[in-house]
Design a protein around this ligand. Structure first.
Ligand code: URA
Length: 212
């Protein structure tokens, strides 16, 4: 697995605004979209493009454009939905699929409750959106589903990660540097006893959708 922590002043500024408890849901949604667009720029560095013949107003030439099969963007319900606009703004022709995962509070095992992925994801480059990498259980379940169904590579874009979740991901995909990439805006201190990232930003879904 390849991990990329985006160290950029604009990302740092927007993350600080996002974390503040006074930030309204409307501003939280806007900041999330802006942050994802910034992260997506780095996360798409390995995107495959093929040569195409084009004509400019001046002369014919060769351009490079996204090739088929087009990349797939998969927000994890519910909080990942808040990241979708920021991602498709940069890649409007990408296809979008959805995954809903719920964690059993006793066994801590994540299971699927909604699967709206395209039937054929063989050889596709996939971008998974989930704002908070806490224990890692949900993200690992999602990445496993995508790799099992034939995804060529999976890039997970998260806003924040806890060291505990990052360690679990590294253990699961440590030997798959070419298949799995994690892009994050920040690595926080730890998880608290309730499973929240510290200092974090609280419950991302609640903050996005105003249910705090
Ligand atoms: N999910 C969240 O929304 N926030 C956390 O801090 C951890 C998991």
């Amino acid at each position: 697995m390849h991990t990329l922590v985006i160290d950029h002043p604009l990302v740092a500024h927007k993350m600080s605004r996002l974390r503040r408890e006074q930030t309204s849901s409307a501003t939280f949604r806007l900041l999330t979209e802006e942050l994802v667009t910034l992260l997506a720029y780095e996360a798409t560095r390995g995107l495959e493009v093929g040569e195409v013949a084009i004509t400019t107003p001046v002369s014919p030439t060769t351009g490079r454009e996204m090739s088929e099969p087009l990349p797939l963007v998969v927000p994890i319900l519910r909080a990942g939905l808040g990241m979708l606009n920021g991602m498709v703004r940069l890649m409007p022709t990408a296809e979008v699929g959805f995954l809903g995962l719920v964690r059993d509070e006793e066994s801590l095992i994540a299971s699927i409750y909604a699967d709206r992925l395209p039937a054929d994801i063989d050889n596709r480059q996939v971008f998974v959106l989930d704002p908070m990498l806490a224990t890692g259980g949900t993200l690992i379940a999602a990445i496993d589903i995508l790799l099992d169904r034939g995804a060529k590579d999976v890039t997970a874009i998260c806003l924040l990660a806890a060291p505990e979740g990052l360690a679990r991901l590294e253990k699961a995909y440590g030997d798959r540097a070419e298949n799995v990439t994690l892009v994050i805006a920040g690595l926080d201190e730890r998880l608290n006893e309730k499973g929240y990232i510290v200092p974090g930003l609280g419950d991302a879904g609640d903050r996005l959708y105003g249910t705090v």
